[in-house]
Design a protein around this ligand. Structure first.
Ligand code: FAQ
Length: 348
């Protein structure tokens, strides 16, 4: 007998064999139940979740850089306040995801070390530059839009902590998407040069946004297994197609053109056909040869080093508090002093 705790389908109080634990895991996944941190899970399931969640968390924090580039140059106080809040939200998303990954037994430090050493990925999209103010709008509309399309199904991911983190993240991403859309709309309906700037941004961000969904299904190494485990609910190509179909009418409302001459409605499929994606470019970006890979990772390393004193101070503060509460709470001490005083008065 191997002592293991079983999945949510079987209460975790009984001793079961490894086979029974695996059967309980499979049954829980099949019944659309959630796998929770203390449940037994296959090591490959755990490793694949850590891989995906780490990549996702890293994307959120590296993703702060391209937009942060425009905070000091936002065209109005209103736009600046909105952008600061958005960039801060992305940091928050990273923190939820690192915390969710910690429930699988990997520390945030370990994941950050791997990111800094180039041993874990972050999304290809954040290796492109933000050349004009319109890029901030294009990121909100397209990048956050692609992120939501990909992430709403993750709210139903079989791993509980990841699924729950995604619910809040998606609500915030949807707000981000709308602010990007509104910002681009203002530019598109502005002066001719503002319109041109919006169109140029869409021209540059459209294709990289389609790459966010990952390689085509027949080249996707993890999709089949991830879908069996219900980590992913749809394939890369399915979600990419859904995103294209959502964007076409939105681009029309914006008065902007999506830079794809092959984009057209296919009556038979009830979906849009679209042109070929440059997968060579995608692979190059993944290899580290995108326009901003070096800049993004070196800024991230520098921010980590420069933030060391904050981590040290927070650790020292937590240790001081832990020592204080071990010695007794100051409030309780004060209450005891008063009680002692009152008692002395009463017996005097
Ligand atoms: N970039 O077998 P698959 C955001 C890698 S958050 C880089 O298809 P899988 C919010 C993949 O990791 C954006 N690498 O992989 C925001 C694997 O490599 P590995 C991030 C990519 O996992 C907005 C290999 O290729 N979102 O934008 C990419 O089944 C604005 C084979 O691929 C998430 O992470 C890529 N685009 O499917 C923040 C969502 N695509 O690990 C700031 C969660 C693939 O073997 C501002 N992740 N690879 O070394 C997922 O849904 C999945 O992981 C996919 C990839 C769909 C990204």
């Amino acid at each position: 007998m191997t002592a293991v705790t079983a999945g949510t389908a079987v209460e975790a109080t009984v001793e079961t064999t490894a086979e029974e634990a695996e059967a309980a895991f499979d049954a829980a996944v099949a019944a659309d139940e959630r796998i929770e941190p203390r449940d037994w899970m296959p090591e490959a399931y755990r490793a694949s979740l850590v891989r995906q969640m780490a990549q996702h968390a890293h994307s959120e924090i590296i993703g702060m850089q391209p937009e942060a580039n425009w905070i000091t140059r936002a065209p109005s106080l209103r736009r600046k306040a909105i952008l600061m809040a958005k960039v801060q939200d992305e940091a928050g998303h990273g923190l939820y995801l690192y915390s969710a990954a910690e429930t699988l037994g990997t520390s945030r430090d370990e994941l950050l070390d791997k990111l800094h050493a180039g041993r874990q990925r972050y999304s290809s999209i954040f290796n492109y530059p933000t050349l004009t103010w319109a890029d901030v709008g294009a990121i909100g509309w397209l990048v956050d839009g692609a992120a939501i399309t990909n992430q709403v199904p993750l709210c139903r991911c079989s791993y509980g902590p990841y699924a729950r983190a995604m619910v809040r993240i998606c609500k915030e991403e949807s707000f981000h998407q709308r602010q990007g859309y509104e910002s681009l709309l203002a530019l598109s309906r502005g002066t001719p040069s503002q319109h041109e700037m919006a169109q140029d941004a869409v021209n540059r961000w459209w294709w990289p946004s389609l790459m966010m969904f990952g390689p085509p299904d027949d080249e996707s190494a993890h999709s089949v297994q991830s879908m069996i485990w219900k980590i992913k609910r749809h394939s890369n190509d399915e979600l990419r197609q859904r995103f294209v179909d959502i964007c076409v009418p939105q681009a029309e409302t914006l008065g902007l053109t999506l830079p794809d001459p092959d984009l057209k409605w296919n009556e038979e499929r009830g979906q849009h056909d679209f042109g070929a994606i440059d997968w060579t470019e995608f692979r190059e970006v993944l290899k580290g040869n995108g326009p901003c890979n070096e800049q993004r990772i070196s800024q991230r390393r520098r921010a980590h080093e420069e933030g060391a004193w904050v981590r040290e101070a927070a650790t020292a503060y937590a240790a001081k508090h832990a020592a204080k509460s071990a010695a007794g709470s100051p409030v309780e001490d004060a209450a005891a002093d008063v009680a002692e005083h009152v008692e002395k008065e009463a017996t005097a």
